[in-house]
Design a binder for this molecule. Sequence first.
Ligand code: GLP
Length: 236
Amino acid sequence: MRIIEVETYEELSEVGAQIIIQKVRKEPNSVLGLATGSTPIGLYEKLVHDYEQNGTSYQHVTTFNLDEYVGLDEGHEQSYRTYMNDHLFDQIDIDKQQTHIPKGDAPDLVAEAQYYEERIQHADGIDLQILGIGRNGHIGFNEPGTPFSSRTHIVDLTPSTREANQKFFGNLDLVPTKAISMGIATIMASKEILLLISGPAKAEAYQRLIHGKMEEQFPASILQLHPRVTVVVEKS
Ligand code: GLP
């Protein structure tokens, strides 16, 4: 693992954004894996700023998001589709047809998960996957105990993850109980991974990622096995 320690959230966002920008400039038809949550918001702001200032083009980029809540339609204000449109897609020149997010309101969720996985394979896999980390070590929405061999699937969200996301919904009762998420094996198949870790609430998860043992009870620990992971972490 390559570890880059930074002082501030601003710096974390800039370092992360530069990794994406360099990738897209070098390989304009890159397949990017995208994440949501609070952590990558600053990175997306930096990408938009760079697009406006320097014109880095995303016209030929394809994207796959990690996950989506079950039960929210695309237009729901807390859907990850709305998040991505607001923070990135509506502000750059990407072709929305080439942006993929699991459909949380699909009538057959199992079929949707399988179809999503197939589309990733069809795109020849993900070149660069952005990740955040949950306090309990979840990546995407793969909660502790998820098999390392998992592919895109339906997951039950743990109480701690629902509480962590309550701030976005206002009320815990409104936070969905399930999500559709790339699996751990899906994430591990990415050619390169960029993991962003920000804030004191993640300090313990960071320590466990670096020093802990590899176990399904701490999903992010599998990243120790990936040959090309960059961790950008705010010093705490
Ligand atoms: C959410 C997302 C994850 C994200 C994580 C951390 O549950 N599904 O992809 O990495 O939680 O979120 P945050 O960056 O808001 O702490």
